[in-house]
Write a protein that binds this ligand. Structure first.
Ligand code: CO
Length: 320
């Protein structure tokens, strides 16, 4: 069911709600378009400072996925001030503002309400050239598919809530989530991607499906090449998988063909609902290894080739 009205005839509205892209884009002048996105959620880690960092990196990600520069953010806060007191909230806000500063943007306001369960996030405004932003569609047959962060965040954070992770494992998953997509996106400005999106709640395959389907192509993804956080597989084999990941797996089942040796646990991992995931980039093949080397050399970020784009076949995604 479509929940939003779609009467949008303004020619300056370059990306609106009838596109399922990462953010909305509105052209202000021939040089500048405004890009806006918002996200907020309940805490996924116990440490309030880290939660603030993750929430900010996650909210900023959509702006980076469109190749834009974030400029200003507004905080969205729901918080039980009488139960939890102001110190924890101050730490959440500090974590967030440290990441916003790293992004080169500014916190310019926000709104808070009293709520029994904490929720935090950001509304982000960025700018981009109206002819030079990335869409999540446009992938071309022959393109190489690149992923800039490992997956497994949903499975790992579910295990974290159950007290099953060591300190080291907790740090690993937290570090992945709080890492800005800024570096992956800014490095990409020297290349010519045909489509870009960020991996979040629909999981790798959900977002890959949107890209492939919207581009009228099919994707071949090599299961063994998809980078995973340590322990992801072991936990998935023990059925420690969030409901959202199972939902993704279910709604994608008619569009994805899994190879015979891809186990149920591996399928769920590929569909795992991610918070603050990496970029999925469809890049001309001759640029792929240079981009990966560039990112590794300048920012120590490990991007990985996970597959390729082919002409539209019967199904949208083939996992080999
Ligand atoms: Co997004």
């Amino acid at each position: 069911m479509r929940l939003l009205p779609t009467n949008q005839s303004d020619p300056n509205l370059l990306v609106g709600i009838n596109h399922s892209d990462d953010g909305g884009v509105y052209k202000l002048t021939d040089e500048i378009a405004l890009i806006q996105s918002v996200d907020f959620f309940t805490p996924i880690v116990d440490d309030p400072y880290m939660f603030g960092q993750i929430a900010a990196a996650n909210a900023l990600s959509d702006v980076y996925a469109m190749g834009a520069s974030p400029k200003t953010v507004l905080n969205i806060v729901a918080y039980p001030i009488n139960n939890l007191g102001p110190e924890i909230l101050a730490k959440i806000l500090q974590g967030s503002s440290d990441i916003v500063r790293e992004a080169g943007a500014h916190v310019i306001g926000g709104h808070s309400i009293d709520d029994h369960e904490p929720k935090f996030g950001l509304a982000v405004t960025g700018i981009v050239h109206p002819a030079k932003f990335y869409k999540n569609i446009g992938a071309q047959p022959g393109d190489t598919l690149i992923l800039t962060k490992p997956i497994g965040v949903g499975i790992l954070t579910t295990a974290l809530k159950q007290g099953l992770l060591t300190k080291e494992q907790t740090d690993q998953v937290t570090n992945v989530m709080k890492q800005l997509n800024k570096y992956a996106a800014e490095t990409l400005t020297n290349y010519n991607p045909n489509a870009v999106t960020d991996i979040t709640g629909f999981g790798l395959l959900g977002h890959a499906f949107e890209m492939a389907n919207g581009s009228n192509v099919s994707f071949i993804i090599h299961n063994k090449k998809v980078p995973l956080l340590p322990e992801t597989k072991e936990l998935a084999q023990k059925q420690i998988v969030p409901g959202g990941s199972r939902d993704n797996h279910r709604w994608l089942k008619n569009d994805v063909v899994y190879g015979k040796d891809v186990s149920e646990a591996e399928q769920l991992i590929l569909c795992d609902a991610v918070t603050s995931g990496g970029l999925l980039i469809s890049l001309p093949p001759q640029e792929a290894s240079a981009y990966i080397k560039d990112l590794k050399t300048n920012f120590s970020i490990q991007a990985t080739i996970i597959g390729s784009v082919v002409e539209k076949k019967e199904k949208t995604i083939y996992i080999e």
